[in-house]
Design a protein around this ligand. Structure first.
Ligand SMILES: Nc1ncnc2c1ncn2[C@@H]1O[C@H](COP(=O)(O)OP(=O)(O)OP(=O)(O)O)[C@@H](O)[C@H]1O
Length: 281
């Protein structure tokens, strides 16, 4: 495992999820197995669009299996960072490296829009996530299993058009999970959902992350979502990681609890302060 880098200005240690994962795994299997998530290290990452210097030097290490949330003002570069990590965008400088050689399907991204194929039934939409593996004999069984994991086993033969927004996002999640990714990147995946659906999707995300032990990176506008789900919250300001906050609150976390609210409040105050700072406009 690579050594964790230090970040500004936080001195928080990377969260050790090993105990949490191991306890769950031992309870399920009675045997020890290595975490499935991949670690990743970002060094000196820079990205500009024309004269807009969006990311001005990002240094970051995410241990295998950690759940990291990225927050910050609109336009601060959260999605750009996520896209660079996922290889959907090319950096101007810097590197993103992973603990091991990557195989196809190791990184998946889930977006705000479900991006389902309207002419394909739900099960076929999930099989799309297998890429070339769609042709394998067990593709259908894997897709059915992924659909069951998101609670939509009974919708396999439906068309996307008849599903609710939340159900469509569940299908998108199943499509992301079917390749057994070792890093799952979420770009504001729940942003278009109503409040109740959003909370039930947050629980689902947390459960699948817990069960499958992938490394999770969540871009969100919603600080309460970030502190409810993540082991660690990164605040991006002025193209850099301005705060790297350890969410040292035991799981399962109770929505609305005083400790979550206090942490959310302190992050929001920080964001509002930087938004009010005229020197940054
Ligand atoms: N392909 C692109 N071409 C030009 N500018 C871009 C491109 N992608 C992003 N940008 C610009 O880079 C900046 C950062 O965008 P990004 O989407 O990463 O921000 P964000 O923090 O995710 O924003 P939001 O919270 O509003 O979704 C913005 O000013 C955006 O307009």
């Amino acid at each position: 495992m690579q050594e964790a880098l230090r970040f500004l200005p936080s001195d928080a240690e990377p969260v050790d999820r090993a105990d949490f994962i191991e306890q769950a795994r031992l309870a399920r299997n009675g045997s020890e197995a290595p975490a499935r998530g991949l670690p990743l290290t970002v060094r000196g990452l820079r990205k500009s669009f024309g004269h807009n210097d969006v990311l001005r030097g990002i240094d970051l290490h995410i241990p295998a299996g950690q759940f990291v949330a990225i927050v910050g003002r609109s336009g601060c570069g959260k999605s750009t960072l996520l896209r660079l990590i996922a290889g959907l965008e090319t950096a101007d400088a810097g590197t993103v490296s992973f603990g091991e050689e990557m195989r196809a399907g190791d990184i998946r991204v889930m977006f705000q829009e479900p991006r389902l194929l309207p002419w394909a039934r739900v099960l076929s939409n999930v099989e799309v996530g297998l890429g070339r593996g769609r042709a394998s004999p067990d593709a259908q069984a894997r897709a059915e299993k992924a659909l069951t994991e998101v609670g939509l086993g009974d919708k396999r033969d439906q068309w996307p058009a008849v599903l609710s927004g939340g159900q469509k996002q569940r299908v998108a999640l199943a499509r992301a999970l079917v390749s057994h990714p070792r890093i799952l990147a979420f770009d504001e995946p729940l942003g278009a959902l109503d409040a109740l659906t959003r909370i039930s999707m947050q629980r689902l995300l947390e459960r699948v992350w817990h069960d499958q032990s992938f490394t999770a990176i969540l871009v969100t506008h919603d600080v309460s979502e970030a502190v409810a789900l993540a082991d660690r919250v990164l605040v991006i300001e002025e193209g850099r990681i301005a705060h790297d906050i350890n969410v040292d609150i035991a799981r399962p976390r109770r929505r609305g609890s005083a400790d979550l609210a206090a942490l959310e409040g302190s992050i929001l105050r920080e964001l509002l302060q930087s938004a009010d700072d005229p020197s940054e406009q």
